[in-house]
Design a protein around this ligand. Structure first.
Ligand code: NAD
Length: 327
């Protein structure tokens, strides 16, 4: 019988992690999850896979990696709010950067040398070229992005020093839900555009949009929205790549197609049949006009395609999730 690889997922009770765990298990991988539940939800992960454990619990991490004979780690656990990171940088460098160091030390002790890391388009700061290739300058403009840049740099040294092979997936805007699995976005506080717009439709309370005077065709910011299931499948492709002997690399995880905030509002109005109550506020500091991935490297090297990332499918799935879980 073919033995399927053993994967440790950190932050697996969170939004993107739980969708990835679901797909990994359906494909037959043996999955162990660690999550401290500071933000995640235990109900999002099968109980027998979940270990309530922090990135900083070195002995438990080592024990889990050894007893689970872990072949590769997928590392999602982090704090994710750009705005909060500007107000409380220490919290972000501690959890995201130092937390990752604690994980890497445990991997070294347990002899695990393959890692998929949740990086972000925020490592590019305000890019001068759109779509953004992976070769664009790395120049984060907030502590959240910098906390990820630092981890990416450490991973280069771990490759040189210890032969740790890593894939950094630089995500663009994750969104959508998998309603068959009962999974979707449940951040608290929610800061992401699509759930905020859908909440405004459901409750009638207006959502504030940040700026409509950007140098874009309709004046609102353009982002690359990727369905969370497509993001999850990119992780599985990345794990298979590493287990097949792939070298350390960074890949943009986006669709390559950008939509403006206005286009998202129009899509939500089409899908829900209701107007989106909204007001226009000032620009948010550090928000680039456009963030769109050049994702050709991910498509070519990992043979990956987005399958669920039309704006319609994203909004429809998130709308079903919103009504089932928050109404
Ligand atoms: N959501 C996006 O659009 C997006 C975009 C770019 C990058 N990312 C990255 O993707 C990853 C996952 O994002 P998400 O949206 O699923 O976030 P999330 O908050 O839903 O999930 C993160 C999970 O990590 C756990 N966690 C946090 N700190 C921990 C610690 N010290 N020890 C153990 N568990 C801990 C939380 O409890 C939570 O379940 C993050 O690393 C984030 O930076 C997300």
């Amino acid at each position: 019988m073919l033995l399927m690889p053993n994967i440790l997922v950190t932050g697996g009770a969170g939004y993107i992690g739980s969708h990835t765990v679901y797909q990994l298990q359906r494909q037959g991988f043996t999955v162990s999850v660690i999550d401290d539940l500071s933000k995640g939800h235990s109900a999002s992960v099968p109980a027998d896979a979940l270990h309530v454990c922090s990135l900083f619990d070195h002995p438990q991490l080592v024990a889990l990696m050894r007893s689970g004979r872990i072949d590769a780690v997928i590392h999602f656990a982090a704090f994710i709010s750009v705005g909060e990171s500007g107000k409380e940088p220490e919290k972000y460098f501690h959890n995201n950067t130092a937390g990752s160091m604690s994980l890497f030390a445990a991997m070294a002790e347990a002899g695990v040398r393959k890692l998929v890391f949740s990086s972000t388009a925020a490592v590019y700061g305000n890019p001068t070229q759109v779509p953004i290739p992976e070769t664009a300058a790395i120049q984060a403009v907030n502590p959240y992005g910098e906390s990820k840049v630092m981890v990416e740099k450490v991973l280069d040294w771990l490759d040189t020093a210890r032969g740790v092979r890593s894939v950094r997936l630089r995500y663009f805007n994750a969104c959508g839900a998998n309603n068959d699995a009962g999974l979707g976005e449940r951040h608290d506080p929610e800061t992401h555009l699509i759930p905020l717009i859908l909440r405004a439709v459901r409750t009638g309370r207006p959502v504030t949009l940040f700026g409509d005077d950007y140098p874009t065709p309709d004046g609102t910011c353009i982002r690359d929205y990727i369905h969370v299931d497509d993001l999850a499948s990119a992780h599985i492709a990345a794990v298979n790549y590493l287990l097949g002997g792939g070298a350390t690399a960074a890949f943009n995880a986006g669709t390559g197609r950008g939509y403006s905030v206005r286009e998202v509002i129009n899509a939500v109005e089409r899908v829900t049949g209701k107007e989106v109550p909204h007001t226009i506020g000032p620009r948010r500091e550090g928000d680039p006009a456009q963030l769109v991935a050049d994702s050709s490297k991910l498509r070519q090297t990992l043979d990956w395609q987005p399958r669920h990332s039309t704006l319609e499918e994203i909004v429809e799935s998130a709308w079903v999730f919103e009504n089932r879980n928050f109404a």
